[in-house]
Write a protein that binds this ligand. Sequence first.
Ligand code: FAD
Length: 260
Amino acid sequence: TAEWIPRPVDHSKIYMTDLESALHYILHIEVGKFKVLEGERLTALKNFVSVLAKYYPGQPLVRNFLHTMDVWLRRQQRKSIPYVSLGMAMKSWREDVLLPRKSIWVGCQGSEPHFRGFPCSLWILFHSLTVQAAQHNEYLQKKADPQEVLQAIRGYVKFFFGCRECAKHFEQMAAASMDRVKSMDDAVLWFWNRHNRVNARLAGTASEDPHFPKIQWPPKDLCDSCHNEIQGDPVWDLGATLKFLKSHFSLWNIVIDRKR
Ligand code: FAD
């Protein structure tokens, strides 16, 4: 196998290609695994697409595509939708032109094909959705509902995320405390904190890419002011961390790197 040559990636940035590859993977691989969408799984898909339509930080044509898909799903009267119908509808909305035809990882590229990739992009998508919803609250009168966003993500993980072990662990964390999150800012911090718990659990295990160690994130070189000390013990400065998350996962920090 060829030696891994790291691409020049700036880890203080988010890459649009990773987000679009996540969408491609979700719509074709994870949702496409189910020949028929019905019951709670269909509801989970509708809720997730509705949140994507509102808060996905994409380019106008991609956002428009998600909006069209949301409206289409909401208008469906039938109790079950064959995946081929959804696939045909997506084709008619030019999904194959708007999104990559296969997943390409940039910020989420691993040192070997089995490392990083889709799960990495899914975290980035989830963090971005919570931050977009929080920013929506700051700029617009109409408030985003933290439970709408959080429960839509929870439903996606429960009914579609292909890593069943991950979904089980995540559902345990969600069941323990997700319902108690009352504000969009707390939703941003909830996701950050739970992601760090997953990082701590996975550090040193087989799923850790040796070139991308699992750390308590963000490291000092990304956000010095996030790190504080109380009597010599390291603690997070939550105000500074929230501010950092809102800027890291903001629209302005996304590198639009795909040639169209
Ligand atoms: P990831 O952990 O995927 O992180 C992606 C990027 O997000 C990082 O490169 C960094 O830039 C940023 N980041 C890191 N930490 C944070 C944070 N706290 N807040 C905000 N941004 C951060 N794998 C298992 O083996 N077992 C599991 O139980 C498991 N559960 C998972 C549950 C969910 C919901 C998801 C999405 C994934 C889960 N995974 C699990 C996969 C695992 O968490 C990683 O996604 C995977 O190992 C790839 O790791 P990575 O190095 O790309 O970094």
